[in-house]
Design a protein around this ligand. Sequence first.
Ligand SMILES: C[S@@+](CC[C@H](N)C(=O)[O-])C[C@H]1O[C@@H](n2cnc3c(N)ncnc32)[C@H](O)[C@@H]1O
Length: 293
Amino acid sequence: MTAVAARPRNSDSVNLVEGEFPFTQADFDQVAKMLYSDAGIHLQESKVALVYSRLAKRLRLLKLSNFAAYCAFVSSPEGKDERGAMLAALTTNVTRFFREPHHFDLLRDQVLTPLATAAKAGQRVRLWSAGCSTGQEPYSMAMTLLSVIPNAAQLDVRILASDIDPNVVATARAGAYNDEAVSPVPASLRDKYMKRDRANGGWVANDELKSLIAFRQLNLIGDWPMKGRFDAIFCRNVVIYFDDATQDRIWARFRAAMAPHARLYVGHSERVTDLGFDSDGLTAYRLKKGGAA
Ligand SMILES: C[S@@+](CC[C@H](N)C(=O)[O-])C[C@H]1O[C@@H](n2cnc3c(N)ncnc32)[C@H](O)[C@@H]1O
């Protein structure tokens, strides 16, 4: 366990953590500034020990002797890849199949069932898992989709699954999970939409499930190349790491990206404060009728 050293205020040279590498307030501030400008993530001061322990591994790997050198490296053009590795080391990717299961019932009842007839007649339907991590969320959405619209793969029905971290996007695209990760998936859905992974053990999403999902690297605080509107957006356990101003900008952008009947689902400890939304179930939102107040 890394001890956090007591530090006098206004001191940039004092070591914040008693450990192998010097880690000062100036180092922490610089890391926090980079994380905020790259990903919108607000790094709280209480995370000093966590930042130290996660990045100390990177310093060891790069054979650097202090955080000042690390910060200089990730700020330079040569350190571009390491900058991505730093972001990946500091973000949390915890996720599960059918996490917060009520959202998948709401997706079925509020969005997919009302759209099923039009979708079968060729209408475009788009769902988005924004901050999809290793893919359990979009695959759970796809299984829900197929349970309502069994021939969705032959229709104009698709799911966008995006995350800022290209490594988790690659894992999501591969769709391979161990037995423990797959345990929340009901056996009937698992046997229908996943295959035994003979090479690695565990399970892998079948081709039909994969064909419904487009996996993309996308930064929520950057440009969004998507043109059409979404019928449902899952953005769960992502904005909790953003400050209020960044959250407000995201809500307004989701609002503009949603079809009139669409729903937005957020994580259990997140709340949409934008006046253009009405609550419509537990951490579920729809656009306010007649626009924002
Ligand atoms: C805790 S996971 C949530 C996964 C899934 N939505 C769920 O609720 O199970 C948070 C994800 O948000 C991603 N993330 C953080 N900042 C982001 C940003 N600015 N743009 C896109 N994704 C971001 C992280 O890489 C991480 O995979």
